[in-house]
Design a protein around this ligand. Structure first.
Ligand code: BJW
Ligand code: ZN
Length: 235
């Protein structure tokens, strides 16, 4: 079953990779959808919005504070490490929807953080941005020196993807010769359109997931854990 995907990855001179919450699940970071995907009674679509932040910044910050706590405890797993190893063997463009920074900690040299990074805080007024890795933060919501609230520097629903990240990711999807999708439900756009951009050019798309997704009838679908399957795709 692994033979063809492995051959495609081994022979590719440029592999684009899109990862989602599933790759970090085995590091103990909960996914967004499916079992355990709720925080208190809220769905991610209700809490990860600029409207929710404007209405109740403390509530949204409490969610991100709980995420910062679980991410601070987490270590990269064999799936993250396999992708870092792949980049030592061939050209890789690694695009992640995750904001946890675990790919960089596993040694991946360049990571396109499509939805931002939870350790960076950005002012809602003066747009000053800074790294702050303190857990817990001394006050919630944290405030900027200009007096306005700071927010996590991440992409909430209805907000645009950072243009550099979007340009680089779609460019890689259109120019790679193999595309690997790992641990994403592929329901959130525009990230979910990246595999399709590769398919339009006839590029093979390999998908690793515990469950089939809407993409799976057009991909080489490998069902199972990312931490087990990704090391097996290396040659
Ligand atoms: C394993 C595993 C293991 C588990 N091994 N696998 C076009 C069509 C329809 C809607 C839209 C559209 N364009 C834009 C939209 C609106 C919206 C959208 O897509 N909504 C959908 C819900 C319908 N998109 C946006 O608003 C985006 N902005 C935008 O497009 O701006 C322009 C625009 C705006 C409005 C209208 C039109 C244009 C921004 C999206 C921002 C997403 N932000 C979040 C939260 C912020 C970051 C954070 O807090 O972490 O990003 S939402 C959340 O979902 C998070 C994730 O990055 C993202 C994707 O989730 P992911 O990673 O796929 O996780 P899960 O939980 O869904 O899936 C996990 C998978 O892993 C599962 O499949 C498991 O089986 C698997 N798995 N363990 C392998 N061990
Ligand atoms: Zn400010």
């Amino acid at each position: 079953m692994l033979e063809l995907p492995r051959k495609i990855i081994c022979e590719a001179s440029h592999v684009a990779v899109l990862t989602g919450a599933g790759i970090s699940a085995e590091s103990g970071i909960p996914t967004f959808r499916g079992g355990g995907g709720l925080w208190r009674q809220y769905r991610v679509e209700e809490i990860a919005t600029p409207e929710a932040f404007r209405r109740d910044p403390r509530l949204v910050w409490e969610w991100y504070e709980s995420r910062r706590e679980s991410i601070a405890r987490a270590q990269p797993n064999a799936g993250h490490r396999a992708l870092a190893e792949l980049a030592r063997r061939t050209k890789v463009t690694l695009i992640t929807q995750n904001i946890d920074g675990l790919h960089a900690r596993a040694g991946s040299p360049e990571v396109i953080e499509f939805h931002g990074n939870i350790w960076r805080l950005r002012c809602t007024q003066c747009c000053d941005a800074r790294l702050d890795e303190r857990v817990p933060l001394p006050e919630l919501p944290p405030a900027c020196s200009c007096g306005a609230w700071l927010r996590p520097d991440i992409v909430l629903f209805g907000e645009t993807i950072p243009p550099d990240a979007s340009y680089a990711a779609f460019g890689a999807a259109r120019s790679c010769d193999a595309f690997l999708v790992v641990g994403t439900s592929a329901v959130v756009y525009p990230a979910a359109a990246l595999p399709g951009a590769a398919m339009e050019r006839g590029t093979p798309v390999i998908e690793v997931n515990l469950e089939p997704t809407d993409l799976s009838d057009r991909t080489l679908f490998l069902q199972g854990q990312a931490s087990k399957l990704l090391p097996e795709l290396l040659c």
